[in-house]
Design a protein around this ligand. Structure first.
Ligand SMILES: [Fe+2]
Length: 386
């Protein structure tokens, strides 16, 4: 790989880090360390985990170097340390934490200058810079997790601007994706897309960056179905609440006859035209049944992807359990996907306003527990076709 490609990787690493630091710039150390919810890590844990994951892969694994802080990595292991315990761990904090982020990055860049990351390298971790793509995506995905917690910080304002997008992407609908609250004006046609019976390609192609759970690409046979062009709106969800007595989404409060949103300590009217967000899988499933429809399977969602509107404002719960595709091979480590396969987690597709574009692709599979509401998740309905 040429030095200019390495420069491009270094620049993308730097751009991703700028975004991370921009997110926390308005916060003091007390806020970074505070446990706001047992369902979410304190921000200091996310930051240390980002640096530690980078040290593990880009410094220790690729560069064969010793860690800066001995066995510190155990504290940042996401599986060993459930979120409810992370506030109590003796993790790095304050100036020490900032120094760790910077020192790891310095070593990462040293190792990058020596690394062989061409297209014909034997090690799949290095081939085409896979491990660097993985690290960039990891940090970007943690930005979204951090934004979930930042909903609870009174007075927090999500930084505006689209500095993390490459110039060709920073236009129109995509650029607006990153403003908060989402400002995309949607033509509210209540259309549906009809998908005919047939064979559909599912999953990521063999080349290019993707996670192990998106492969191998394969074909599925689908029966005909219809899927809504647009995600379910706040207005539609409010009618569901009136009709059934269902719980309102997270951060909704009654204000007389109306609903208001209370995230980040603000009290804004709920916009009936925007997609509903912060609902659990159980609520999404109930809504779909109430509407005489159902949630799409993840295969249906992916088959219909090109014809859907509104993708990218909210993750969309699907009917599917998070399972391995036939022929799945764990890479580069079992704990990314394999340990989550089974019936416990439901697949979400698409991406939310808080998801960075680099992470969004038709084959990307997000997953979470069906009771989770703090994630930026909403609903799109489907039904069997004739
Ligand atoms: Fe992580």
């Amino acid at each position: 790989m040429t030095s200019s490609s390495k420069e491009a990787i270094a620049e993308r690493l730097a751009e991703t880090r700028r975004r991370t630091l921009e997110l926390i710039a308005p916060l003091d150390d007390e806020q970074l360390n505070r446990v706001y919810s047992s369902l979410l890590s304190p921000l200091a844990w996310d930051l240390g985990h980002i640096a530690n994951f980078e040290e593990l892969w880009l410094v220790r694994t690729i560069g064969d170097r010793e860690p800066l802080h001995g066995e510190l990595g155990r504290l940042y292991d996401a599986i060993e340390n459930p979120r409810r315990t992370r506030g109590e761990l003796p993790i790095l904090r304050d100036a020490e934490l900032r120094a760790y982020l910077a020192e790891v990055r310095e070593r990462t860049l040293e190792v990058l200058t020596e690394a062989d990351i061409g297209a014909d390298v034997g090690d799949p971790l290095l081939r085409d810079g896979f491990v660097y793509e993985m690290l960039i995506a990891h940090e970007q995905q943690h930005n979204e997790t951090m934004l979930q917690l930042l909903q609870m910080v009174d007075g927090y304002e999500v930084p505006r601007g689209t500095g993390h997008l490459s110039p060709g992407q920073a236009s129109g609908q995509l650029a607006r994706r990153f403003e908060y609250p989402p400002v995309q004006e949607m033509p509210r046609a209540s259309g549906t897309v009809r998908i005919d019976t047939g064979s559909y390609g599912i999953g990521a192609p063999a080349n290019g960056f993707a996670y192990d759970n998106e492969r191998p690409r394969h074909t599925v046979e689908l029966a005909p179905f219809e899927i809504d062009s647009w995600p379910v709106t706040n207005g539609e969800y409010a009618r569901f609440i009136e009709d059934t007595g269902a719980e309102p989404p997270l951060y909704w409060e009654r204000d007389g006859e109306d609903w208001i949103r209370t995230a980040m300590g603000r009290r804004d009217p709920v916009d009936p035209a925007q997609p509903v967000i912060h609902v659990s899988w159980h609520e999404a499933d109930s809504f779909a049944r109430w509407a005489g429809k159902r949630l799409p399977t993840e295969q249906e969602w992916e088959a219909a992807y090109d014809r859907l509107e509104g993708v990218g404002e909210t993750w969309e719960w699907t009917a599917s359990d998070f399972l391995a595709y036939r022929g799945f091979e764990p890479f580069p480590y079992r704990e990314y996907s394999e340990v989550f396969f089974g019936g416990a987690y439901k697949v979400l597709r698409g991406g939310s306003w808080a998801t960075q574009l680099n992470v969004m692709r038709p084959s990307f599979r997000n997953w979470d527990l069906p009771e989770r509401r703090q994630i930026f998740a909403g609903i799109r309905c489907a039904r069997d076709g004739a």
